[in-house]
Design a protein around this ligand. Structure first.
Ligand code: NAP
Length: 481
């Protein structure tokens, strides 16, 4: 199968924070891959900006090193030509130098996009100066990174600051989970097939599990993470977005606002979560390996590196079908998946049934794809015994060598910004609604005295999280790579 690449319009993309980790690991290698794929127009320009005093060539050298380090397998034969489209301006977001120079570099008649890959505390300064210096106009776009606030109040303040200079249709709040192929496929599977949608409700779905597990600890980000925790860092944004796409009603059209309206309705329908239905955890030290409190350099820390919770959606479709979410660090394997467990048939006609519920597993990583488990007859003579088999659709298998050329989430999302398509970006009211739901949970923890449950590195989380499921006569799907 051939992956079709449609070139985007000509653009000038300014990356604020172009010398930082995200730019080096994701944004610049991603843009190079789009260049190789023929999606980046030959005149398009990428302008790096940060405080470091670099020449254009200095920035190109840094970018070359970053691409060699973070995209080692990618063909480098066109790297020089790509680097020729790059330049650099030294700018302090809070200062006055460099802005006029940036303005002169920008061309008229092309898409102007500004990627804010800097600390969120600088978003307001950048937005203000872009409009003050007349660099951004009504058709320009800004891309803002997570975290988008740390609670409802700060998210509202940030939305209000950006709104002083940019209209909502110009603001692209990035959640890279939404750029994953499988996440979009979830919408295709649900809304382009007749098979699933009639079963996609409380009458036929027993429960849904959403898991995002990581094997790494908080490492060098310890002090940042200690002010955040899994609920803020993962649940309020990434897991919430996955929940919305799984639970939402069919939008009337695959149109940015139609999709985002439906997601917002899901968030608004979330019931408050009771304290007995949340488990927080912290990974322990293991042999020579530091525990969470060592990584965070805070022995008294009560910040969670793991959270599991049971979520109820109060609407007709999902009444009585819980969604269980969990995410954590230093777990057994790195995986992200959504598991829809259907109800068992109402009556078994087989004596020795071995009946198991059908499951649809939507894998975001590793090996993006989907599995549907079905019951079949165990092959061979000797009676009717049932066995469960997966109908497996791995994108790597389906697409063959083309799978390697599929854009990763950041690449796809940046190209969507240039195309002016906001479908896979969070709208301001969605972000605020998600904080309004998460805030009371976080506040109750912060006001309480309880410590997170300890768990062993390499495990699947605290035992209490297993009990959260067992109490409901259910079990988590095993975390495996
Ligand atoms: P980083 O490595 O600390 O880079 C920060 C960048 O901002 C550098 O290029 C820095 O360059 C520039 N900068 C700092 N102060 C500035 C100022 N006053 N004016 C202009 N530029 C300034 O951070 P990062 O990890 O790349 O993260 C960037 C953003 O992405 C953050 O909002 C982060 O939360 C978000 N994010 C990052 C990741 C990731 O994997 N890294 C993942 C998700 C979200 P100079 O020092 O030269 O100015």
């Amino acid at each position: 199968m051939v992956v079709r690449t449609i070139p985007v319009e000509d653009f000038d993309l300014v990356i604020f924070g172009a010398t930082g980790d995200l730019a080096h690991r994701k944004i610049l290698p991603g843009l190079y891959r789009r260049y190789l794929a023929g999606q980046m127009p030959p005149d398009a320009r990428i302008i790096g900006a940060a405080r470091s005093e670099l020449t254009d060539d200095g920035f190109r050298d840094e970018t070359r090193k970053a691409i060699e380090e973070f995209a080692p397998k990618v063909d480098k034969s066109q790297l020089d030509a790509f680097l020729g489209q790059l330049s650099y301006v030294a700018i302090d977001a809070k200062g006055t130098g460099g802005w006029e120079q940036l303005k002169e570099r920008m061309r008229d008649g092309v898409v102007r996009a500004f990627y804010f890959s800097v600390a969120p505390s600088l978003f307001g300064d950048l937005a203000q100066r872009l409009s003050e210096y007349g660099i951004a106009d009504d058709s320009s776009r800004i891309v803002v990174e997570k975290p988008f606030g740390r609670d409802l109040e700060s998210a509202r303040a940030l939305n209000a600051t950006l709104a002083q200079h940019f209209a909502e249709k110009q603001i692209y709040r990035i959640d890279h989970y939404l750029g994953k192929e499988t996440v979009q496929n979830l919408m295709a599977v649900r809304f382009a097939n007749i098979l699933f949608e009639p079963l996609w409700n409380a009458q036929f779905v027993d429960h849904v599990q959403i898991t995002v597990s990581e094997t790494v600890g908080v490492g060098g980000r310890g002090s940042y993470y200690d002010n955040s925790g899994a609920m803020r860092d993962m649940v309020q944004n990434h897991l919430m977005q996955l929940l919305c796409l799984t639970a939402m009603e069919p939008p009337y059209h695959f149109d940015p606002d139609a999709v985002r309206d439906e997601k917002l309705k899901v968030i608004r329908a979330l019931e408050p979560v009771s304290e007995t239905e949340i488990v927080r955890g912290q990974y322990q030290a293991d042999g020579g390996d530091p525990g969470y409190i060592d990584d965070a350099e805070n022995p008294a820390s009560r910040t969670e590196s793991y959270v599991a919770l049971k979520v109820r959606i109060s609407n007709w479709r999902w009444q009585g079908t819980p969604f269980y979410l969990r995410t954590g660090k230093k777990l057994r394997a790195r995986t992200s998946e959504i598991v829809i467990t259907f109800k068992e048939p109402p009556h078994s006609i087989f004596d020795e049934s071995g009946q198991k519920a059908n499951q649809l597993v939507i894998r975001l990583q590793p090996d993006e794809g989907m599995d549907l488990t079905v019951m079949i007859k165990e092959p061979g003579p000797g009676g009717m015994r049932l066995m469960q088999v997966p109908l497996d659709m791995s994108f790597a298998d389906a697409l063959g060598t083309e799978a390697a050329d599929m854009p990763d989430a950041y690449e796809r999302l940046i190209m969507d910004v240039i195309r002016g398509n906001q479908t896979l970006f969070m709208r301001g009211d969605e972000v605020e609604a998600a904080w309004a739901w998460a805030d009371p949970i976080i506040k109750a923890w912060e006001e309480g005295k309880a410590r997170p449950e300890p768990y062993d590195p390499g495990s699947s989380g605290p035992d209490e999280a297993l009990r959260l499921m067992h109490r409901d006569n259910r079990r988590w799907r095993e975390i495996r790579a």
